[in-house]
Design a protein around this ligand. Structure first.
Ligand code: NAP
Length: 328
């Protein structure tokens, strides 16, 4: 049964592109908003300027007075909030899970923890610190670009945000959040099969992000070159082998079926896109490769599946991370 949440409050961890955009939706729907940021003591831009969202779903503004900014999880001790959205990169998942875990049993209620991240393995990290029945995932294939510390642009939208549980929990408790995101302007639906949705996104990311970052070309060019095309197809085959061996699944039953959809429907609309992993490398930021090809490799090792191409891509991206952004 859906629980109507009175005077709902959300805590958003990570005031980046996704966190800012989802915050505008929840504010518009009447939710109270807190952000956990990792900046020091200086006033945070959100406290001075609020949030401005632009782009394909229209303008939306959150005044600074409506935002409560926290600099630590400790400050949430004993507090009461309904939902916590994790909107950091996967590279911060372990730290965030541990910090949330440290205050979890002091909270006035156990919030729903919704992981709004790419990749595979995030939910298990959080499950080490809090009950599985509170952990949910969001599959997001909308594109957000942070244009300043307090402004975000919604650039593309492929499908509704999907919310669901990887641990077999009912999606009923997610209804108020789902409705609020949709009221705030970004289509959102509950998913009874979030595992299939997440693996579909992992597939797309593993096939294109690392190669796009390493070769430095838009996605379309990767599909046109025989060498990169062969690698894309090997990455897909390895992932389907891992899915078969681990008992996981996605919306396609074989690499060949997925690749047909990939070349026909998925690659063409994003042919001009540059890999966000390439942008991370250029900016000297760690990439999310460990939650993508790295996660596939780890599952392969655990289940005796050879994943040489995913492993090579993981190693090469880590090598590229260690080079200074200005290195030739
Ligand atoms: N952007 C998109 O279009 C999009 C679409 C779908 C899915 N995703 C996924 O969504 C996730 C977030 O992506 P994003 O683009 O929003 O990333 P982002 O713009 O880099 O934002 C991440 C934010 O998290 C903050 N952060 C990191 N560690 C933290 C911690 N321990 N405590 C508090 N804040 C912390 C970062 O702070 P600093 O500013 O201090 O680094 C940054 O503000 C990723 O997994 C991404 O793959 C993104």
């Amino acid at each position: 049964m859906a629980v109507r949440t009175e005077n709902p409050r959300a805590v958003i961890v990570g005031a980046g592109a996704v966190g800012l955009a989802l915050g505008t939706c929840l504010h518009y729907a009447g939710w109270r908003l807190s952000y956990v940021v990792r900046d020091g003591d200086a006033p945070h831009p959100l406290e001075e300027h609020g949030i401005r969202r632009s782009g394909i779903f229209g303008e939306s503004i959150v005044p600074a007075t409506a935002i409560d900014v926290r600099r630590s999880f400790e400050s949430l001790r004993d507090e009461d909030f309904h939902v916590l959205l994790v909107c950091t990169k996967t590279t911060s998942s372990t730290d965030v899970a541990r910090a949330l875990g440290a205050v979890w049993y002091t909270l006035a209620r156990e919030p729903l923890v919704v992981l709004c991240q790419n990749g595979w393995g995030n939910a298990e990290r959080f499950a080490a610190w809090m009950p599985r029945d509170r952990i949910f995932n969001a599959r997001i294939i909308t594109g957000f670009r942070r244009i300043s510390a307090h402004a975000v642009d919604v650039t593309v939208h492929a499908d509704s945000i999907h919310l669901g549980s990887l641990f077999g929990e009912s999606t009923d408790a997610l209804k108020p959040l789902c409705e609020a995101i949709a009221i705030g302007g970004i289509p959102c639906e509950l998913s009874a099969d979030i595992q299939a949705d997440l693996w579909a996104k992992v597939l797309y990311n593993c096939l294109l992000n690392p190669l796009g970052a390493l070769v430095g070309v838009p996605y379309g060019a990767l599909g046109e070159c025989e060498e990169t095309r062969n690698m894309i197809e090997e990455v897909a085959r390895e992932i389907f082998e891992v899915l078969a061996r681990t008992g996981h699944h996605t919306h396609w039953h074989s690499a060949e079926a997925y690749l047909e959809t990939f070349y026909r429907d998925l690659l063409p609309p994003t042919a001009q896109h540059e890999s966000s992993m390439l942008q991370d490398l250029r900016a000297g930021r760690p990439t999310e490769i460990d939650a993508l090809c790295g996660a596939v490799t780890r599952l392969g090792i655990a289940h005796d599946v050879q994943t040489p191409v995913n492993e090579a891509l993981t190693r090469l991206v880590h090598l590229a991370e260690r080079r200074a952004p200005s290195d030739p």
